[in-house]
Design a protein around this ligand. Sequence first.
Ligand code: GLN
Length: 323
Amino acid sequence: NTELTQEWLQNYVDDWVKFYRKHTTDGKLASYIPQLEKADPNALGIVIIGNNGMTIQSGDIDTTFSIQSVSKVFAFIVACMQRGMSYVLNRVDVEPTGEAFNSIMHLEMKKIEKPFNPLVNAGAITVTSLLEGKTSDEKLEGIFQLFEKILGHRPELDIEVYESERETSIRNRAIGYFLLETGVLESDLEITLETYFKQCSIEVSAEDLARLGLILANDGIDRMTGEEVIPTQIARLAKVLMLTCGMYDASGKFAAYVGIPAKSGVSGGIMATVPPRARDELLPFMDGCGIGVYGPALDKQGNSTAGIRLLRHIASHWDLSIF
Ligand code: GLN
């Protein structure tokens, strides 16, 4: 009986959100810009949207936050849609780095010709330079249009976050100048960085992240309308990148202990995607779901400390691992 199941799942998730909220104290808010330090360090919220038509939401789900690094997945998708996958892959690789997301070391140490992957800053900035358009707003338009299609509304830019990103951008500028020297950037550096800071500042909710995760779970197809919103091959590659590189230098552990493609951001968001799997006995959400988590207290790698634990718990108890 679906109503009973829904109620049971709701209580279950409520209990575990309450439990894992205690773990928020193990983490720290990102502090490189003042806006992120204004977040409630004890916040934790989760939204799960399933192909079975069920939605479960619990905890701090009304808070909006800047999308930060989760945007890198969509900049990559849009660049592939605009320029073709092979064009993009000629300019950025698909290898995990094992380094921090904003590492500059691997760029020089390994004498690479192209950045390691689209989900570390060097790769993301390169991808952003490939987006169509002359100005940063033109370049962002593709991302906004894709979000509008998936979310049903056009998200806003958090101008304060954007301006602080721009003002405190020493490391990203350093990466940008390095990339300029290697010749992989296809647009003016200033415009590329402006676009990158803006894409990080797009305001979302946990529900938005769940919806974005759901479309990827379904290989880019909107199950309600049957429309292919993202070409399947591109959606699949995005999930590979999320699995291998999406949780920064903790991606291996996340794949081992949680086992679902996910992408995190420094504001505490995680977008996770659970592709449908045929099983003898279909537990709820095994038929695919998108999960959005918000928990701004971060661990050393920059992932939501309570968010990761909550996801690990739910994924193992509901057998959501893709493996
Ligand atoms: N704006 C941040 C940066 O580029 C985003 C990084 C992140 O979420 N990891 O440093």
